[in-house]
Design a protein around this ligand. Sequence first.
Ligand SMILES: Cc1cc2nc3c(=O)[nH]c(=O)nc-3n(C[C@H](O)[C@H](O)[C@H](O)COP(=O)(O)OP(=O)(O)OC[C@H]3O[C@@H](n4cnc5c(N)ncnc54)[C@H](O)[C@@H]3O)c2cc1C
Length: 539
Amino acid sequence: MPDAVVIGAGPNGLVAANLLADAGWSVEVLEAQDEPGGAVRHDRGVDPDFTSDLFSSFYPLAAASPVLAGLCLEREGLEWSHAPKVLAHPLLDGRCAVLSRDPDETAASLEAFAPGDGAAWQELREVWERLRPDILDALFTPFPPLRAGARLAVRLRAAGGLRLARTMVLPVRRLGEEEFRGEGGRLLLAGNALHADLAPESAGSGGFGWLMSMLAQTYGFPVPTGGSGALTGALVRRLARRGGSVRCGEQVTEVVVRGGRAVGVRTGSGEEVAARRAVLADVSAPALYGSLVAEQHLPGRLLGDLRRFQWDFATFKVDWALNGPVPWACPEAAHAGTVHLAEGVDGLTRFAAQIAMGRVPDRPFSLFGQMTTTDPGRSPGGTESAWAYTHVPHRVRGDAGDEGLSGSWDTREQEVMADRVEAQVERYAPGFRGLIRARRVLSPPTMESMDANLHGGAINGGTTAMHQQLVFRPSPGTGRPETPVPGLYLASASAHPGGGVHGAPGANAARAALRGRHTHALSLLQNRLTHRDRTGRRP
Ligand SMILES: Cc1cc2nc3c(=O)[nH]c(=O)nc-3n(C[C@H](O)[C@H](O)[C@H](O)COP(=O)(O)OP(=O)(O)OC[C@H]3O[C@@H](n4cnc5c(N)ncnc54)[C@H](O)[C@@H]3O)c2cc1C
């Protein structure tokens, strides 16, 4: 019997398993799919000569994460590649905002939009550099981040205190208007906020856009050389060398609870896999509490709160094998790993508003990845392995375009939407379509079939909006990985600090399990915080 069973071999499950194995625990990871990795996998399914990342690609959060740094994955053969420029946001009039790892180059690009905007960028960067160690500590350690939080509070005071805190909770539209006179800096901040499901007008999108922009400035947007799955491969190899194992094709259907404690799991084939000390779940919070743990083991208040759980936007992705480099109208975009395609901050607002109204966007804001530009081995010389993803509503109430998309995502709808994404690229890169050798479409239901955590095409384990962060993640409570069931820990992106590939939720869950912190007293506290009645009625 292993000390711990980990449900799911996504990056968080694998990080958790590695940390438990480092502490001498025996660990078995059970993964529903035929291969490990979750949303960190690549294949050659678009064209046999092209490596295509199936889901995630760019890993600034991994580069900044002390959790992943501590695993020394370079010793497992992991290497990182960078595009010549991190990010570009072209406009139809030929201007283009460029974020480079050289801050002077970024500043020069923004200065071309409006005099003074280069200096404004440098000022934002200086604040970041002063606060960076404490922000990263606070972000990547278990909640509440007492020591890191206290240090951050002291430094925040020195860096402007309440005024800076105000800046962080601003909507990103407002932050951009306060900091920059021209469109360039505003675009970089707002486009980066939309790496999460944060519209330019939502509270806190300023802080998130700033954080992602500054991570990009400091760490770039690196990719694992050879394909995103190289990161997964390194985690699996490291685990195996410490005696841990990953069993694929094993869907967990139940967390077994006996005597009020999680004692193992049951798989789809009916097998019970017992765990001596802990069960760690790299699954979404609604899946854990809504199906894997029987209702009678959970406080009614938690079940009620989970009915209010908000997923992040659904996602629609297209992968391409291209016969040549993308013919961008703005030549600067050719050197960037990531290209944002939306016509200004207004274009981003329009896109987010259409999703909020349940409409499939007519001109979808697309995050476009140029993978061969970033990592030349991804496809033959002179070609480009590329993808773009955009967002769509979970429940479609209409089509903002005129093609009657209903959200059924049948073959016709997938092709129409993929054409729409291509039309968006074509606006900024005339001739793009003529280069397509092959394409693959990943609609929301397809994504979910390849990784159950990507529910309806959500990519971040739940919204990044402020009402589901910190003590509100995944539901109002302690913001910690412990669950109301002793011995069971939530280890996925549904837990604090949320989505992205950085391993923090997995590490937090592993550390909590190792401390055996789930004492009876803590369960009682959790139950008091979340208990109301079993129907989940509100007071
Ligand atoms: C299209 C897309 C693009 C993205 N781009 C980026 C990016 O560029 N950079 C970035 O940092 N992040 C990106 N993300 C987000 C990032 O990939 C996720 O936040 C991250 O993978 C979450 O890790 P996780 O381990 O919590 O879950 P996942 O990676 O989703 O892994 C969960 C695993 O658990 C398994 N599982 C689920 N239920 C069960 C069960 N009952 N039994 C057994 N196994 C189960 C799943 O099959 C899966 O393997 C992207 C995501 C998507 C989908």
